[in-house]
Design a protein around this ligand. Structure first.
Ligand code: ZN
Length: 201
């Protein structure tokens, strides 16, 4: 199932498609809020996103959000010509434009929300990847740490227009003894930024 009735407040973004809406059971399993009121920090971050990036300051009438596994869209340049096709999946590392430059983040969830005027907008819910001071002594790669849940200082919800793209560099979990080939122990929140293309053994 693909939902296409989605617009962006940035008119360079067209052809937005949301794929594979999460079922109620999946939302429960992932501990995501089915309604805004189920997670006050999430609700607050959505309000900030509307206010800061979309110039919409009203209280939100619709309290429901729809989560998806994938959202794709076309980015146009300032002259309205094709610039890039972006296809986001939950778990992707993305680049986000900030005042201070470009930052990395991991997509925690992709969702849509209907604004008071009846228009539906697409958002990402992310965890920031912050560069730590550590350089891995063996691999000589910079180490990044995923924003922890209790760190609410950095907002996590952004309209999809803020995403610049998928980075060329790769992030690889800094595996510990509790990781296996099929499942990573994510209580360890460190990732390598792999600037050199190599295959982990
Ligand atoms: Zn791991």
């Amino acid at each position: 199932m693909i939902d296409t009735n989605i617009i962006s407040s940035d008119d360079r973004i067209i052809n937005i498609k949301a794929h594979d809406q999460l079922l109620k059971s999946e939302i429960l399993n992932l501990n995501l809020p089915a309604r805004l009121d189920d997670n006050l920090q999430f609700t607050y971050d959505i309000l900030i996103a509307y206010d800061t990036y979309m110039q919409k300051k009203a209280a939100l009438v619709h309290r429901r959000v729809n989560f998806y596994k994938q959202i794709s869209y076309t980015f146009l340049d300032n002259d309205g010509r094709f610039y890039s096709y972006i296809n986001l999946h939950v778990g992707n590392v993305v680049q986000i434009k900030e005042e201070s430059g470009i930052s990395f983040a991991i997509i925690k969830a992709l969702f849509t929300h209907k604004y008071n005027d009846g228009s539906t907008y697409a958002f990402v819910w992310i965890n920031w990847l912050r560069e730590s001071l550590t350089i891995d002594p063996i691999l000589q790669c910079p180490v990044y740490e995923v924003q922890k849940a209790e760190n609410v200082r950095w907002h996590r919800v952004y309209p999809i227009a803020l995403i610049i793209g998928i980075p060329k560099v790769h992030f690889v979990h800094r595996c510990g003894s509790a990781c296996t080939s099929t499942s990573h122990d994510l209580s360890n929140n460190q990732y390598f930024r792999n600037d050199f293309y190599y295959t982990a053994i």
